[in-house]
Design a protein around this ligand. Structure first.
Ligand SMILES: Cc1ncc(COP(=O)(O)O)c(C=O)c1O
Length: 438
C-alpha cells in the first residue's frame, strides 16, 4: 500500500479548486483535502496521485459488484455501440428483459416496473401512485429517513440538514423510528414490546386524516446510519398500515439487490411483502438507474401519463440486467451473507477493543459503527468519526459516514469481496482507530 501523502500535488489541487469554483457548495466532499479519484478496479480505487485504496463505501452504497466490474462494463460497452437511447416511446429488448427479470426476483406479485434515473424519482413515482390509488393523501414515513433530493423526497426525509427551506411537508407525517440504540421512547428491547411500531397507529389516528395512502420506509435506514429495526417491527407496522387502507412502500435504494445477504430485498429479511419496491444505487453498479416496482393492479391505477426520459434507457437497462446476472451466477446473495457475517463478527471484536464504538449494526455488506464519547451517556462523537475517516484514508481504506449526529461510520463493501479483503479492511480500521488520540 502506498504511503498517503497529505501534501497535495498540482493535479488534485487544480481539480479541488475548480470543484469549489464551479460546483454548488451544498454538494460537499469528504476529507479535509478531498480525494480526487482517478480510476477503480473491483474493490480498489486509485487517486490521481496513484495512491491505492480498499473501497469499503463504493460510491455511497452503489458500486455493489466492484468498480468497473468487467462483467457489467463489457455489456454496457457493447450496448453503447449498438443503441444508446430511444426513450420509452419505442419499446426495446433491453427494457423488457430487465422488467421481466425484476418481476422474477421481487417478492409477491410485484410485476410491473417504472424506470427512472435515480432513487429520488423512484420514490416520487411510488408516492404519486399511492396517492392516486389510496383512500387519502396522507403518507407516513419514519424519523431519520432519507428519501432523496426533490421537494417531495425531502419532505419524506427526516433529518434537519437535508430539510432546509423549500421543503413542503404537507401530507407527510413521521413516526418515531426503531432506533434501539437511542430508543426514541426511552425503552429497551425486547421488554418494550416494540412500542415504536404501535406508535404508527397512534400517528395515523392523530396526525393524518385517519386513513393513509402509504407508509414508506427503508428496511435499514441508510443515510440515517444503518439503523436496523428489531425483527418484529415491520410485521407489526404492516398490519397497522393495512388496517388504515395504506400501501406499504419499501425504499430499497440502499438495501436492494442483495445487499443484506441471502435475499434480493431488505424487506424480505423482515418477512413482509410490500406493495411497492423502489430501488436505484447499486442496481446499476454505477450507472444512473432506478425502478419503482408494483403489482399489475396498482400499476393500472396510475392516472394520466408519466415518463422519465432516461428511465429504461437501453444502456442502463443492460447494466442493471447484467448486475442481476452476476449476482446469480456468482452466488453473491450467499457470499454477502457469509462474508458479511464474518465482517460483522470482526467489527464486534473491534468494539471489544475500542470504547469509542458504542454500537455495531447492519446486515450483510451493510455494516455500521456508531461512535460515542462515553458508552453510558452515548454522547455522539462526530469529530472522532471525521478523524477516523481521515486516518483510514491515510491508511488506504475508504469508509463512509452518516447518522443524524454525523457519528456513524458506514461501510458497504462490494458483495463479491472475500474474507481476505475483510481481514485487510479490519486491519486498516484497527490501525486507524489506534491512531485517534484518546
Ligand atoms: C434510501 C434512499 N432512498 C432514496 C435515495 C435517493 O436516491 P438518489 O440519490 O439516487 O436520488 C437515497 C440516496 O441516498 C437513499 O439512500
Amino acid at each position: 500500500m502506498a504511503t498517503h501523502d497529505k501534501g497535495v500535488t498540482t493535479r488534485s489541487e487544480e481539480v479541488i479548486r475548480k470543484h469549489k469554483e464551479y460546483l454548488w457548495p451544498a454538494v460537499t466532499n469528504y476529507y479535509q483535502h478531498p480525494l480526487v479519484a482517478d480510476h477503480g478496479s473491483m474493490q480498489y480505487l486509485w487517486d490521481v496521485e496513484g495512491n491505492k485504496y480498499l473501497d469499503f463505501f463504493g460510491g455511497i452504497v452503489t458500486v455493489g459488484l466492484g468498480h468497473c466490474n468487467p462483467k457489467v462494463t463489457s455489456k454496457i460497452k457493447t450496448q453503447v455501440d449498438k443503441l444508446q437511447h430511444t426513450s420509452t416511446l419505442f419499446p426495446n429488448e433491453t427494457i423488457v428483459a430487465l422488467a421481466e427479470k425484476l418481476a422474477q426476483i421481487t417478492p409477491g406479485k410485484l410485476q410491473k416496473s417504472f424506470f427512472t434515473s435515480s432513487g429520488t424519482e423512484a420514490n416520487e413515482a411510488a408516492i404519486l401512485l399511492a396517492r392516486m390509488a389510496g383512500p387519502s393523501y396522507d403518507i407516513v414515513a419514519l424519523r431519520h429517513a432519507y428519501a432523496g433530493g426533490s421537494a417531495l423526497a425531502k419532505s419524506v426525509t427526516a433529518q434537519a440538514p437535508w430539510r432546509k427551506s423549500g421543503v413542503i411537508g404537507v401530507g407527510v407525517s413521521h413516526a418515531v423510528n426503531p432506533y434501539c440504540y437511542r430508543c426514541p421512547l426511552h425503552l429497551k428491547y425486547p421488554e418494550c414490546g416494540v412500542a415504536c411500531a404501535s406508535d404508527v397507529e397512534n400517528l395515523i389516528q392523530t396526525g393524518t386524516s385517519g386513513s393513509i395512502a402509504a407508509f414508506i420506509a427503508e428496511p435499514i435506514q441508510g443515510v440515517g446510519g444503518f439503523i436496523t429495526p428489531p425483527p418484529e417491527y415491520f410485521k407489526i407496522v404492516y398490519r397497522i398500515v393495512k388496517n388504515y387502507g395504506g400501501l406499504f412502500i419499501s425504499d430499497e435504494v440502499q438495501t436492494g439487490f442483495g445487499r443484506t445477504g441471502r435475499k434480493w430485498f431488505g424487506i424480505e429479511q423482515w418477512e413482509v411483502i410490500p406493495d411497492i419496491i423502489t430501488c436505484a444505487k447499486s442496481m446499476g453498479n454505477g450507472v444512473p438507474v432506478g425502478a419503482t416496482i408494483t403489482t399489475s393492479e396498482l400499476a393500472g391505477k396510475f392516472q394520466g401519463l408519466t415518463i422519465s426520459t432516461f428511465g429504461g434507457n437501453p444502456v442502463t437497462s443492460v447494466a442493471a440486467r447484467a448486475v442481476i446476472e452476476v449476482i446469480e451466477v456468482e452466488h453473491l446473495l450467499e457470499n454477502t451473507h457469509v462474508v458479511g457475517g464474518y465482517f460483522r463478527a470482526k467489527l464486534e471484536e473491534l468494539k471489544g477493543k475500542y470504547p469509542l464504538i458504542g454500537d455495531v449494526r447492519g446486515m450483510g455488506m451493510m455494516q455500521a459503527l456508531e461512535l460515542v464519547r462515553d458508552r453510558q451517556t452515548k454522547e455522539p462523537a462526530p469529530s472522532e468519526a471525521s478523524q477516523l475517516m481521515e486516518r483510514a484514508r491515510d491508511n488506504g481504506l475508504l469508509i463512509g459516514k452518516g447518522g443524524l449526529y454525523g457519528n456513524v461510520i458506514r461501510m458497504a463493501p462490494p458483495m463479491n469481496i472475500t474474507k481476505a479483503d475483510v481481514d485487510e479492511g479490519i486491519r486498516l480500521l484497527d490501525k486507524s482507530f489506534a491512531e485517534i488520540p484518546a
